[in-house]
Write a protein that binds this ligand. Sequence first.
Ligand code: FAD
Length: 286
Amino acid sequence: MKTAQILERKTVFSLEIFPPRPDSDIRVIYDTLEKLKGIHPDFISVTFGAGGGKNGSRTISIASEIKHRCGVESVAHLPCIGLTRESAVEILDTLEENGIENILALRGDIPEGGCAAGDFAHASDLITFIKERYDFNILAACYPEIHPESRNAAEDLYWLRHKVECGADHLITQLFLDNSHFFDFAENIQLAGINVPVEAGIMPVTNKRQIERMVKLCGVELPKKFRRMLDRYGDDPVAMRDAGIAYAADQIADLIAGGVDGIHLYTMNDPYVAGKIYGAVQSLIA
Ligand code: FAD
């Protein structure tokens, strides 16, 4: 089923996982999926390493496993940086043959050391390419605190609207730790005439190193409340994990009360954390 159809019916609760490294046993992720299935997510999305088509074979297998063996709707991420038209067609044909209906079309983070030249500069180029040739439901990324490469919010919104005009049916946000950024963003996109559903991307921060990396990569603001949590529990792994779960659950409850279209949980492949968060908010998701 296309995610846009699920969003018409209910507040969506979806999960994101990443494939295990190419040199490790793929069966590890199947055990994880078995546990995540118990959360009854509306869909599970699978990330895809940027830099050309070769990084994605596990993404396709896992997206297929989610859909056909777990009976849960799946979304395959597809970053276009370094991708040629030929490899895009190869991947898209394989996704179609595997019955995958949903693609999260991305530009991708530019890998350290760069990557091969490709045929797509931006996610919007890939979206146009897909929409002209296939019948996939397209998801795309958006940034409540603006993308680090955008000069300002107006420029960020301009290109986001362009991406939606090219055919994005559904947006998922980058993680944020202060819900006011999301609520301001939701208001601004409405004013800009962007009317597709927006899921809030929530990342449970369960260790100090993880958030230091994320801040560097995504430039998210750390609110005072969050810094206090980090200062108090950052050096105690169990306390930090539990505080991170509570913080994410609190964010989700507030977002649902504020009328969000859906919650997309970045699980970091941790079914324990995802299960605890789901347990805390389950009754709020209708
Ligand atoms: P774009 O939409 O291309 O935007 C990138 C920048 O260019 C922005 O500043 C935008 O304003 C600007 N821009 C957009 N279009 C144009 C245009 N036509 N002309 C000029 N400027 C333009 N990365 C991965 O590698 N693999 C993944 O699986 C993955 N999954 C993700 C899932 C989610 C929910 C999110 C939020 C991000 C994910 N990312 C992933 C990271 C993402 O690839 C990076 O954030 C990347 O830097 C930007 O991707 P984008 O699709 O938003 O790019």
